[in-house]
Design a protein around this ligand. Structure first.
Ligand code: SF4
Ligand code: SF4
Length: 74
């Protein structure tokens, strides 16, 4: 599951096109994530320039940028 820090997000849209599951949408200047379709791959976390995206867990084989660090589970 992806969490969006809406205080940090500036709605730049950089994360939207990075999601292979196409579950991130920018609608009416609001960022919407359909977490039902999120596979916890972590790809979108690398796109965010202000680190507003975070996973609550990493799945095996996944990698994410969390709190400025790159974390990988193998
Ligand atoms: S973690 Fe992966 S599947 Fe989930 S929203 Fe980010 S890019 Fe999409
Ligand atoms: S890349 Fe980050 S700042 Fe830009 S819309 Fe996505 S979550 Fe918000």
């Amino acid at each position: 599951m992806i969490h969006v820090d809406y205080d940090a997000c500036d709605y730049c849209g950089a994360c939207v096109g990075t999601c292979p599951e196409v579950v991130i949408h920018l609608l009416d200047a609001k960022l919407i994530v359909d977490n039902k379709g999120c596979t916890d791959c972590g790809i979108c976390t690398y796109a965010c320039p202000v680190e507003a995206l975070a996973l609550d867990k990493l799945v095996p084989g996944g990698a994410a940028k969390q709190g400025g660090r790159r974390e990988v589970v193998v």
